[in-house]
Design a protein around this ligand. Structure first.
Ligand code: CMX
Length: 437
């Protein structure tokens, strides 16, 4: 058994016992109560699921197993000659709550290359779709098409015992993570380039190979990609893609269909597709204004125009965060070093100056600050990935690390089918009436 898997087995055994004892001893303990606004308000703030791999504080932002992004940048092993964290090192941390050594990460990178071969029908599935099919639809379909590869499904049919679910899920999860860059790169190259696939290089890491397969050989881009794939990996369990994955996984649907479901949630413009919407919005603004470098005043008037049309400003606001997103800040810091003269990047920074006071002035927006999606597209665009409909696929490749590590935990802890209770408005009215009488 490979080292990561055996470490996970040991950790999972311990936590499973702790949780069982805790639930037995504190079964009736109340944690928050749901208020009526939450019932109709997208369940904001309702604590109703367990997610071991990360936690989101409204003011501090995300912590992965307790580590902030600056701490991850310092503590996670780097690829030789680079100063950005390795996302597969983050996966190790998320799964077993330990910072891996450089050698452990190297072995994991090699393992991922070994598992990265795609069944040939996956290419055929993608090829059967019109080239202009949205890349997220292609991504989801390609992932779902691999259901037949699921180790979990095969072993479940043979009568797998519940205590062994995690092990079969772990195999699927590693295979899926290994394959995602190939799928994403094939979609990109087929839709927008020559359609030829580049094989991965076993001496490279997960991100290095992804950059190579995309056809972007600039080492600075690879370095950014390592940061990008690390910071997009996880954002606790309540966000739509993570929660969808958690929900579908709880039915014991296999990890391929489970993750594809999460990707369908990520594809919405209020969630991961905001990354494409930001660039679309900026390019539309530039075209409208007839410039590549709009002034602060010009941006201000365009923001007002967008709001007056009843549209949202993409890349701004968040359901949980109440400060600028540390993932935005991390990308800004990268761009300040390497891309400070890029006009699109400069526009992103001017938007950061202009939008928060305007949104604050509306009096209803709870978080006027930028989220992760406000910055990422401008950096990808700089390195030549100008086809912004592809950006959410990049986000999705990263999101596999957190959601799939969490899927392993859900099965290791034996979490049951998720099934919250819904009520009708009639029930709510009756409830209020009885309370008032
Ligand atoms: N521009 C304009 N209006 C906004 C806004 C924005 N960026 N963000 C919030 N609002 C509005 C809401 O639409 C809502 O208006 P109504 O009351 O008229 O319906 C009001 O402000 C209150 O919303 P909120 O409680 O502050 O925010 P929510 O938790 O309901 O929604 C989010 C959060 C992200 C959907 C919202 O801020 C938004 O639409 N942002 C733009 C899209 C975006 O960037 N999404 C990416 C989020 C990060 C990610 O998941 O990748």
């Amino acid at each position: 058994m490979e080292e990561l898997k055996s470490r996970f087995r040991d950790k999972a055994g311990v936590l499973r016992e702790e949780v069982r004892t805790m639930v037995r001893q504190h079964r009736e303990e109340t944690i928050d109560t749901v208020q009526l606004w939450q019932l109709y308000g997208g369940a904001r703030g309702v604590k109703c699921l367990v997610w071991e791999t990360s936690a989101l504080d409204p003011y501090e932002g995300i912590r992965f197993r307790g580590y902030s992004i600056p701490e991850l940048k310092e503590k996670l092993p780097h690829f030789e000659g680079d100063d950005q964290p390795l996302p597969e090192a983050l996966f190790w941390l998320l799964l077993v709550d330990e910072i891996p050594t450089r050698e452990q990460v190297r072995q994991l990178s090699v393992e991922l290359v070994k598992r990265s071969e795609l069944p040939s029908y996956v290419y055929n599935v993608i090829d059967a779709l019109p080239r202009q099919t949205h890349p997220m639809a292609q991504f989801s379909i390609a992932i779902a098409s691999m259901k037949g590869e699921s180790v979990f499904d095969a072993r479940y049919r043979e009568g797998l015992s519940k205590s062994e679910y995690w092990e079969a899920v772990y195999e699927d999860v590693l295979n899926l993570i290994a394959r995602l860059p190939r799928i994403a790169a094939y979609i990109y190259r087929r839709a927008f380039k020559d359609g030829k696939m580049v094989d991965p290089d076993p001496t490279l890491d997960w991100s290095g190979n992804f950059a190579r397969m995309l056809g972007v050989e600039d080492p600075q881009f690879t370095s950014f990609l390592r940061l990008y794939l690390t910071i997009h990996a996880d954002h606790e369990g309540g966000n739509a893609s993570a929660h969808t994955t958690h929900l579908v996984g709880s039915t014991l649907s296999d990890p391929y269909l489970t993750f594809a479901a999460g990707m369908n949630a990520l594809a919405g413009p209020l969630h991961g597709a905001a990354t494409q919407e930001v660039i679309r919005w900026i390019l539309e603004m530039n075209e409208y204004l007839g410039t590549d470098s709009p002034t602060v005043e010009q941006i201000e008037s365009y923001v007002h125009k967008t709001l007056s049309e009843g549209r949202v400003i993409p890349g701004y606001g968040h359901a949980v965060l109440r400060r600028p997103d540390p993932r935005f800040i991390a990308q800004k810091a990268f761009a300040e070093v390497y891309l400070k003269d890029d006009p699109l990047v400069q526009t992103v920074w001017k938007i950061f100056e202009v939008v928060p006071p305007i949104l604050q002035g509306l009096g209803k927006v709870k978080n006027p600050w930028p989220n992760v999606d406000a910055h990422s597209g401008a950096i990808l665009y700089h390195y030549g990935l100008r086809e912004f409909s592809f950006y959410t696929v990049m986000f999705g490749v990263s999101r596999a690390l957190g959601t799939m590590a969490s899927l392993c935990w859900s099965r290791a802890l034996g979490l049951p089918l998720e099934r919250p209770k819904s009520v009708t408005t009639q029930w709510v009215k009756q409830f209020l009436k009885e309370k008032q009488s």
